[in-house]
Design a protein around this ligand. Structure first.
Ligand SMILES: Cc1cc2nc3c(=O)[nH]c(=O)nc-3n(C[C@H](O)[C@H](O)[C@H](O)COP(=O)(O)O)c2cc1C
Length: 352
């Protein structure tokens, strides 16, 4: 049992729900929990009251009701936007979506490291394809900021990656408040190679050119963010930020899951392939966030910086802002801490 679960201030229904969910295989628990959120009255019963509307944040030309967002990967298809939005998030990032539906990697592909409040996953962009996600986004009622995270199909070689990102960009442009280009998942072979050098610059140019054309076509600006891996070293990060600062890229998300395992060494799932997320990722993610802030400032870039990785309580959320994040996202902490973490993180990052 984690300290968060033992916290008597957690709504009793959430505590009970989590105890049941953690008896299930992690991926099954994920699906059941998202379906349960759709039941009438559940959100209100498990979610503490959030006073989010009085802390608006302006970033990338958008107004966010608060600094806290749901990170990509939890609602890959946009099937639960309204239910998740009711938990108080200022923004929700759906996806990663690819042009065509794909099954992802064979199961099991998600592992719970409860003692560490962590997950290891190698989902591999399982999703229903971009046409489905666009229909879901079109029919949302929730009025918060909707980000759409785009990727490439596993069957598309890196030389043609830009085609997939552009196909997604074309499809989501009318319904997205911002778009995130995901080049940092460890679970699609070769994807992280797109984060470097000439390949990165060519991809960013292709995306920026298409974004210009789509803005004109739809008379609508949609800011573009890029999500990177926390495993980049200082040199790679500096090169990446240089490429971003030279182009019309509105934001950087730092970052995705890590392939490092030292913090969970010895755990029975530590050797599972995939990305590690949650509490053990915090130190690394915070280090990369601080470095990204310094690089952006050196280049006098006004790009929005989003801090993700290891947020599990109020102070870890506040730390992201202290390190220079304009917005903060969470995923694994939400699995362990539930809706109370959303409230705590919103409160802790107010007035930063
Ligand atoms: C099961 C799972 C699936 C994920 N899928 C995606 C994804 O599809 N796209 C993406 O950009 N990030 C994905 N992520 C990464 C998260 O968005 C986030 O960057 C990472 O988990 C670190 O944050 P956390 O420590 O709060 O979980 C996934 C994470 C998990 C745990």
């Amino acid at each position: 049992m984690t300290s968060t679960t033992a916290d008597p201030s957690l709504p009793p229904l959430w505590r009970a729900l989590r105890a049941i969910l953690f008896q299930l295989d992690p991926e099954r628990a994920h699906d059941v929990a998202l379906k349960a959120l759709e039941w009438p009255g559940v959100t209100g019963a498990i979610s503490p009251r959030v006073h989010s509307a009085n802390d608006p944040v302006h970033c990338m030309g958008l107004e966010f009701a608060n600094r806290i967002g749901l990170a990509a990967g939890l609602d890959k298809n946009g099937d639960h936007i309204d239910a998740l939005g009711a938990l108080g998030f200022g923004h929700i990032e759906i996806g990663t979506v690819t042009p065509k539906a794909q099954a992802g990697n064979p199961k099991p592909r998600m592992f719970r490291l409860v003692d560490h409040e962590a997950l290891i996953n190698r989902m591999g962009f399982n999703n229903k394809g971009v046409a489905h996600l666009v229909r879901q986004a079109e029919s949302r009622q929730w009025g918060g900021v909707l980000g759409i995270n785009i990727g490439k199909n596993a069957s598309t070689p890196n030389e043609r990656a830009a085609d997939d990102y552009i196909a997604c960009l074309d499809a989501v442009w009318p319904v997205a408040d911002y778009v995130t280009v995901n080049i940092s998942s460890p679970n699609t072979a070769g994807l992280r190679d797109l984060q470097h050098g000439r390949v990165l610059r060519e991809l960013l140019d292709a995306i920026a050119n298409r974004a210009d054309a789509l803005s004109a076509q739809h008379s609508r600006e949609v800011p573009i963010m890029i999500k990177i891996a926390p495993d980049m070293d200082d040199e790679a990060l500096a090169d990446f930020i240089t490429a971003v600062a030279e182009r019309a890229i509105a934001g950087v998300i730092v970052g995705n899951t890590t392939q490092q395992r030292d913090v969970v060494a010895g755990h029975r799932f530590a050797a599972e392939a995939g990305g590690l997320s949650g509490k053990p990722l915090q130190a690394l993610a915070d280090t990369r966030l601080r470095a990204a802030r310094a690089c952006l400032d050196e280049r006098q870039s006004s790009a929005c910086l989003v801090g993700v990785g290891g947020v599990h309580n109020a102070s870890s959320a506040a730390a992201k802002c202290a390190l220079g994040a304009n917005l903060v996202q969470l995923y694994t902490g939400f699995i362990y801490g539930g809706p109370a973490l959303v409230r705590d993180a919103i409160e802790a990052t107010k007035n930063h």
